[in-house]
Ligand binder design. Structure first.
Ligand code: SD4
Length: 327
């Protein structure tokens, strides 16, 4: 059930002190500031409408003894395996040359991170990203190297281009016009943040990226600091939307830094989007949404444009919300 956004806003503002706008110079501050009372843990927050199913999978994992890292991996996997979701994993819309290429990353409460970019034929890139994190001295593997590593690790190859996505690609090729539509283009990339009962935060982000992108294009989603960032002393953030704009302004890292300086998760998302908007003259032409979770389990989201939804699981509930927006 989609909630009235005002309810959520008033719910979020309860107990949160008003924080003045902070200058970048003050971002050097190291000590996290308490902004709001502790929530009952766990708390899970996920981008877009597929977030409800993702949160359920993550909660089930936590219940069976998983950590927040296990939970975010398990949480985003149903979307990767859902052929009807055309923005993640199998069924993802191909690039302009007809190839489905996937980006994913994962980060845990100890600051460990793993990422795969531009990987093909692998159903669960999030699990490959986790293996990169746990089994290699590296953070990122790309393209054929990432695919080769996945196969060596026992992942099977799968044809990810579905009939529907091929049809959409054929249709697009009639004009080959590329103009991202604010919310429908790339809708449903999964970005998830979870804090478990021990207070440990992890995050995951997985996508097939922008539909009909140039072959070889990588967006923000697998880039630590852009699509996802976690600092367990402070919190975590995930971005979705036009990856190029997020890459230019390192939105997730910036959101966490704003929380470090005392902003609530929602205010930090908003401030990071104000920065992004200030750096992009055309910011009214595209969408970016951010969700954030702090070390006390408080969470929030914000977007450039209306229509950005996220799912929040806390206090035994799992509900959709529409974020407030700058425009
Ligand atoms: C990208 N940021 O590849 C991704 C797309 C996305 O919801 O998040 N869509 O640019």
């Amino acid at each position: 059930m989609k909630n009235n956004r005002r309810n959520f806003i008033s719910k979020l503002s309860l107990g949160i002190a008003t924080i003045p706008a902070l200058s970048l110079a003050s971002c050097a501050q190291e000590t996290p500031v308490e902004t709001a009372p502790k929530k009952a843990l766990p708390v899970i927050i996920t981008t877009w409408d597929a977030g409800i199913v993702a949160n359920e999978a993550a909660l089930a994992n936590l219940k069976s003894g998983g950590t927040s890292l296990d939970a975010v991996e398990a949480g985003v996997m149903p979307a990767e395996a859902d052929a009807a979701n055309q923005y993640v994993g199998i069924g993802g819309k191909p690039d302009r040359d007809g190839y489905v290429t996937l980006d994913a990353c994962i980060m845990d409460w100890e600051g460990n991170a793993g990422s795969v970019c531009f990987v093909q034929d692998i159903l669960h890139p999030i699990s490959v990203a986790r293996r990169v994190m746990e089994k290699t001295p590296h953070v990122m593997l790309v393209g054929t190297g990432a695919r080769q590593f996945a196969i060596e690790e026992g992942f099977e190859t799968t044809d990810l281009l579905t009939e529907q996505s091929k049809k959409d690609w054929d249709e697009w090729r009639k004009t080959s016009e590329y103009k991202p539509v604010i919310n429908t283009e790339n809708h449903d990339t999964i970005g998830m943040l979870a804090i478990d009962e021990k207070g440990n935060i992890s995050g995951a982000c997985t996508t097939s990226g922008m539909a009909f992108k140039m072959h070889g294009r990588v967006g923000d989603s697998p880039i630590i600091g852009a699509g996802l960032f976690v600092d367990n002393e402070v919190g975590g953030a995930v971005a979705t939307g036009l990856g190029e704009a997020v890459l230019r302004t390192l939105t997730s890292f910036l959101t966490v830094e704003f929380m470090r300086n005392g902003m609530s998760p929602k205010d930090a998302c908003k401030a990071a989007l104000e920065r992004l908007a200030a750096k992009h003259k055309n910011f009214k032409d595209f969408q970016v949404g951010i969700i954030a979770l702090d070390k006390n389990g408080n969470s929030g989201g914000y977007a450039l444009q209306g229509g950005f939804t996220f799912a929040l699981a806390e206090d035994g509930k799992n509900e959709m919300f529409e974020a407030e927006s700058l425009i």
